[in-house]
Design a protein around this ligand. Structure first.
Ligand code: PHE
Length: 353
């Protein structure tokens, strides 16, 4: 039976007290007032609760019970509503006290910046990936076979002197150039065409001075296919120079020597600072040396299972720090490795401006 459908025969019995209590509940100012009301009227022995005892004196006990419960529920819900109201008020007060002072200046979040070395590394990768190269990786600790032998540098070859490095034992060493990855990739390719770059760390017994470090990084490039010629190499490196340094950059080849390429060339880029007139960046010559390259030596092709009568290829090795130093006018290679936040930030500004 619903509350509002109850038998109303005894309602009058409860109305006066009910009204009195309701008025008190409405008037209550603090939670304590409610506690008092509860104790006095609504607890087990409260004045309202004990009205129930009168049930003994009436004939229609069911109607009495219904009337009592109807009144009790009304009081309870009024009481509970008031409790909730006080809780809300208390919470609001609390929140008001705790509110944030948004006029206080905040703590600045210090964000990092990318080292110029990595910016240039990624840029070089992007340029070559855009030309269809895939990026390969190889071991930094490698065996004599891959770092030297397969690159046409047998034991006791004088070229080893230029690439002295740290040896783990007679056979294992820190690679002195990324050309070692050429040998690994050719071995895996099993006589198939290749078009890769490999960026990575290299180690060499170099005097540590402003422009040299015992550890530096190169990007190796290797293309092997039928009908690859020096013209392809030149076009590739010229496109690289234009994208990396200046839209109107030119390159020139000077003949050089590497045991694993024949012919071998040193590659210069026209000075992007003075446009070839001669300045301090190009030391007055109008040209800046940027990398070594050449056509893959027939011995190298043969040792890795390519017939030099059918296949030809080119290779190049770009020094990442060197490109970054030229590109951003950094004069000391050691700055890349010092984790000097001031340097990195300063540099980032330059790039973003
Ligand atoms: N490996 C050479 C060096 O470290 C660079 C190079 C790579 C030259 C590929 C020619 C071809 O100096």
């Amino acid at each position: 039976m619903e509350n509002n459908e109850h038998n109303k025969k005894y309602d009058d019995l409860f109305t006066p007290l009910e009204k009195e209590i309701l008025a008190l509940i409405i008037k209550a100012k603090v939670l304590n007032d409610l506690t008092e009301i509860k104790n006095k009227y609504l607890s087990k022995k409260g004045e309202f609760s004990i009205l129930m005892n009168k049930i003994r004196e009436v004939d229609d006990k069911k109607a009495f019970g219904e009337a009592f419960n109807f009144a009790r529920k009304k009081l309870e819900s009024a009481f509970n509503e008031k409790v909730e109201e006080f809780k809300r008020l208390a919470l609001n007060e609390e929140l008001q006290k705790d509110s944030l002072d948004i006029t206080l200046p905040g703590n600045n979040f210090k964000s990092g910046a990318m080292n110029p070395f990595y910016k240039v590394k990624r840029e070089i990768e992007d340029i070559f990936v855009g030309m269809g190269y895939t990026v390969e990786n190889g071991p930094e600790v490698d065996s004599d076979k891959y770092v030297f032998e397969l690159l046409n540098i047998p034991k006791d070859h004088p070229a080893r002197d230029m690439q002295d490095t740290l040896y783990i034992d007679d056979n294992l060493l820190l690679r002195s150039h990324t050309s070692s990855v050429q040998a690994h990739v050719m071995e895996k390719a099993n006589g198939k065409p290749i078009k890769i770059i490999c960026p990575g760390k290299t180690f060499r017994r170099d005097d540590d001075d402003m422009t040299h470090s015992h550890q530096f990084a190169q990007v190796e490039g290797l293309v092997i296919d039928k009908d690859i010629n020096l013209g392809n190499l030149k076009a590739t490196l010229e496109l690289f120079a234009k994208k990396m340094f200046a839209k109107d950059a030119k390159i020139r080849f000077r003949s050089s020597y590497f045991p694993f390429t024949e012919p071998s060339v040193e590659v210069d880029v026209s000075c992007f600072n003075c446009k070839g007139k001669g300045c301090s960046v190009c030391k007055g010559s109008g040209w800046i040396e940027i990398l070594g390259a050449g056509m893959v030596h027939p011995n190298v092709l043969k040792m890795s299972g390519y017939d030099p009568e059918v296949y030809s290829g080119y290779a190049f090795g770009i020094g990442i720090e060197r490109v970054a130093m030229l590109r951003y006018g950094i004069d000391d290679i050691r700055r890349f490795y010092q984790s000097d936040v001031k340097f990195i930030k300063e540099f980032n500004k330059k790039v973003e401006d």
